[in-house]
Design a protein around this ligand. Structure first.
Ligand code: AMP
Ligand code: ZN
Length: 116
């Protein structure tokens, strides 16, 4: 299920290029085009879900799978030991620009908290 005008659906379908880090049937992980940290990966479901406001019970397993993959990627990218952040922005006040649910995996430097 993809949405024709959605940039992350197009990345998931490889209709537009990205620096792919990981892929399986349900999920794709690729480098953020405008990185905020030495490691900045986006992890998306291939299925179009606009945001966390749009998840349903059917998505429970998929969301768990994405987080499991995130933990593996953090180890693979060498940031697990020092620590990293896995975050998903939701809606306007949450700072979400791309309306296809995604997690940011950020690491490789010390991150500030709380965010701005
Ligand atoms: P958000 O503000 O949470 O919606 O994050 C969207 C992220 O997508 C930003 O960090 C952008 O730099 C990133 N982004 C937008 N277009 C692309 C693209 N074509 N390839 C990789 N990352 C992108
Ligand atoms: Zn989409």
């Amino acid at each position: 299920m993809t949405k024709s005008d959605c940039i992350f659906c197009k990345i998931g379908a490889k209709e537009i290029p990205s620096s792919i880090i990981y892929e399986d049937e349900q999920v794709m992980a690729f480098k953020d085009i405008n990185p905020s940290a030495p490691v900045h990966i986006l992890i998306i479901p291939k299925k179009h879900i606009a945001s966390f406001n749009d998840v349903t019970e059917d998505d429970e397993k998929l969301l768990g799978h994405i987080q499991f993959i995130a933990s593996r990627l953090a180890a693979d990218m060498g940031v697990a030991e020092q620590g990293y952040r896995l975050v998903s922005n939701c809606g306007k006040w949450g700072g979400q620009d791309v309306l296809h649910l995604h997690y940011h995996l950020l690491g490789g430097r010390e991150l500030n908290w709380p965010p701005g």
